[in-house]
Every structure is written in structure tokens, then in C-alpha cells.
Design a protein around this ligand. Structure first.
Ligand code: NAD
Ligand code: MG
Ligand code: MG
Ligand code: MG
Ligand code: MG
Length: 330
């Protein structure tokens, strides 16, 4: 797999286009501002009465209601939350798409699971920065960028890939490297990653190991330091040097425990669970469940979230974090 860089992009594919960025949240703000600073004509599409209007204006951007923004634009980047995209698309975007426009996304969920079905007369593509919006903006401002993904779902004009690369260039992603993928691969790996490790697996392992120490009579404060707080230091080492780089920086005792006990914690049963989680992503079961959950007003989501917010680890963590901040301030 060869990443694509600045020299692989031809900025002329976006130079004479108007881009409507729909939504001004984490990604919307970052992408709109980077595009604008790269000289691309940008209009931010917002809903009636949006509180982001003044922010976007202060940042020097044109703002319009979503239908007007889409009508004016040649390229429409959908950056409202994934769960509201289908409704925004049906009501405000679809009726205003013209032939040869490009419909863009930064995550493939709604296309891959057919929650949005674009007409055949537009290009459909994805440019997805692999990072939160604030980093997309900060790295761009210092002349750098975050890695990105590029995928073309529908190439009506024949220029969809070139347009995507020019877009990735304008938001700074080709400074760091852009990898080509598909909507399916991006969606399924993104969901699996956040469920298995980044969010789900990590949260569950933090809670389970914290509970193990506390149930065995150790102090919750010690348990919090060991099972939650120190994780950042280890993840930073992995970010810089991979697993072997991390292992070079921990004690031999920690490393021996890692090598011998890690595989017992994540044993064959856990691997079977991972397979199951992946299967539910692949066969659409997770997507159906989440779509229904949203349609029902998120009853389980709210209940599970509330339950976790009442967990002992939250109280202990809150106190320790405020203590650590005041220690640092001293
Ligand atoms: P966000 O929640 O930060 O922002 C969404 C914006 O849409 C907000 O300004 C909100 O006010 C606005 N909005 C909400 N409902 C609306 C409606 N009905 N009509 C118009 N505007 C509405 O969203 P985000 O995290 O920037 O995600 C946008 C897209 O980017 C998603 O597809 C997401 O998967 C993708 N993405 C996000 C990240 C990330 O780290 N945040 C990373 C890569 C890709
Ligand atoms: Mg248009
Ligand atoms: Mg995701
Ligand atoms: Mg992700
Ligand atoms: Mg230790």
C-alpha cells in the first residue's frame, strides 16, 4: 500500500469549485477553515438558528442555510453527526444536488449501510482524516497534517478520485499521507476498532481490572492510578515506537508480565468474542441495532451511559484528577 502525498494531488481539481461543508462541529470547523485557508471557496451549511453561525463568520467563512449552501456548491461534505445525516440529506441536501456535483463524507456508515442512497448523477466519495477535528486544524496551521483515507463509491464524472485527492490536499492530509480504501473497509474497520479496542475494549478492561483490585481490598485510588491513569504513558510510548518501542521503555519485570500474562487476559474466549463483534459489524446487525436505538430515542444508550457514570471509578478518578491538576499548578 503506497500512501499518497502532496505531489500526487492536483489542486486544480478543486480550485474552481465551491465546497459546502454541512455542519460546524469537530470535523466541520476544521475542514472548512483548512479549505478556506487553502484558497478554496467554502460555504458552511447550517440549520436555522444554529449556534455555530457566529463562530463560522468570525472565522471568515460564508454561512448559509443548508439547502442554499448545497444549491450553490459543487461539492457537498456531510459533517453533521452520522445519526442525523439521513434526515438532513433527505430534507435539505438531496433536493438541491445538481448533476455532476460531488457528495462527500468523512465516515462511510450511511452509504455502506444504505441509510443514504445518492442519485446516480453525482460522484460519491470519502475523505476521512484519521484524527479528531482539533488536530486536523492545529497540524494544518503549523504546516503539517494528519493522515487521511480516500475512497470513491461512485464515479459519475470520472474525476472523483482526483477531486478527493485535491480535497485531501486542501485540508492538509496529503502532507502526512493518504491511504486509499473503500467505504466498506473504512466503515467496518472503524466500527470494529472503536468497539474492540479504542473505546469498548479499553473501557471494559480498565473497569474490570480496577474492580479486581478494589474487590481484593486495595484502595480505589491506587487502583485508579494503576488501571486508568498510567495507561496514557503506555499509549504514548506505543504511539511513538509501537509495541517494541514501548517494551524498550518499561522494566524487564513489566515486560515479562506483559509477554506471559497478556495472552492469558486476552485468551481464546476473548478472541471468539472479538470474532462475534466483527461479524455483527459485517452482517449489519450492529448498524440495525444502533439505527433502531436512535429511532426509539436511545433508551438503552441513556441507561447504560448513566449506569457507567455512577461507577466508583468516576468518583475516584474525578477527585484524583483535580488533585493532580492542583499539584501541577502549585
Ligand atoms: P460533531 O458532533 O462534532 O458536529 C456535528 C455538527 O452538526 C455540530 O455543529 C452540530 O451542531 C451540527 N448538527 C447537529 N444536528 C444537526 C442538524 N439536524 N442539522 C444541521 N446541523 C446539525 O460531528 P463530528 O464528530 O465532526 O462528525 C462529523 C462527521 O465526521 C461524522 O461522519 C463522523 O463520523 C466523521 N468523523 C469524525 C471524527 C472525529 O474525531 N470527530 C473523525 C473522523 C471522522
Ligand atoms: Mg449544487
Ligand atoms: Mg467512528
Ligand atoms: Mg474512528
Ligand atoms: Mg507499575
Amino acid at each position: 500500500m503506497t500512501p499518497l502525498y502532496d505531489e500526487d494531488a492536483d489542486p486544480s481539481f478543486i480550485e474552481d469549485k465551491t465546497v459546502a461543508v454541512i455542519g460546524y462541529g469537530s470535523q466541520g470547523e476544521a475542514q472548512a477553515r483548512n479549505l478556506h485557508d487553502s484558497g478554496v471557496d467554502v460555504v458552511v451549511g447550517l440549520r436555522e438558528g444554529s449556534s455555530s453561525r457566529d463562530d463560522a463568520r468570525e472565522h471568515g467563512l460564508d454561512v448559509a442555510k443548508t439547502p442554499k449552501a448545497v444549491k450553490r456548491a459543487d461539492v457537498v461534505q456531510m459533517l453533521v453527526p452520522d445519526t442525523v445525516q439521513p434526515a438532513v440529506y433527505d430534507e435539505h441536501v438531496k433536493p438541491n444536488l445538481d448533476e455532476d456535483d460531488a457528495l462527500m463524507f468523512s465516515h462511510g456508515f450511511n452509504i455502506h449501510y444504505s441509510q443514504i442512497r445518492p442519485p446516480e448523477y453525482v460522484d460519491v466519495l470519502m475523505v476521512a482524516p484519521k484524527s479528531p477535528g482539533d488536530l486536523v486544524r492545529q497540524t494544518y496551521e503549523r504546516g503539517d497534517g494528519v493522515p487521511g483515507l480516500l475512497a470513491v463509491e461512485q464515479d459519475h464524472t470520472g474525476d472523483a478520485r482526483d477531486l478527493g485527492l485535491a480535497y485531501a490536499h486542501a485540508i492538509g492530509c496529503t502532507r502526512s499521507g493518504v491511504i486509499e480504501t473503500t467505504f466498506r473497509e473504512e466503515t467496518e474497520t472503524d466500527l470494529f476498532g472503536e468497539q474492540a479496542i479504542l473505546c469498548g475494549g479499553t473501557s471494559a478492561l480498565i473497569k474490570a481490572s480496577f474492580e479486581t483490585l478494589v474487590d481484593a481490598g486495595y484502595s480505589p485510588e491506587m487502583a485508579y492510578f494503576e488501571c486508568a491513569n498510567e495507561l496514557k504513558l503506555i499509549v504514548d510510548l506505543i504511539f511513538e515506537g509501537g509495541l517494541s518501542g514501548m517494551r524498550d521503555n518499561i522494566s524487564d519485570t513489566a515486560e515479562y508480565g506483559d509477554l506471559t500474562r497478556g495472552p492469558r487476559v486476552i485468551d481464546d474466549d476473548v478472541r471468539d468474542n472479538l470474532d462475534e463483534v466483527l461479524e455483527e459489524v459485517q452482517n449489519g446487525e450492529f448498524a440495525r441495532e444502533w439505527i433502531n436505538e436512535n429511532q426509539a430515542g436511545r433508551p438503552s444508550y441513556n441507561q447504560l451511559k448513566e449506569r457507567d457514570e455512577e461507577h466508583l471509578i468516576e468518583d475516584v478518578g474525578g477527585e484524583l484528577r483535580s488533585l493532580m491538576t492542583s499539584v501541577q499548578e502549585d
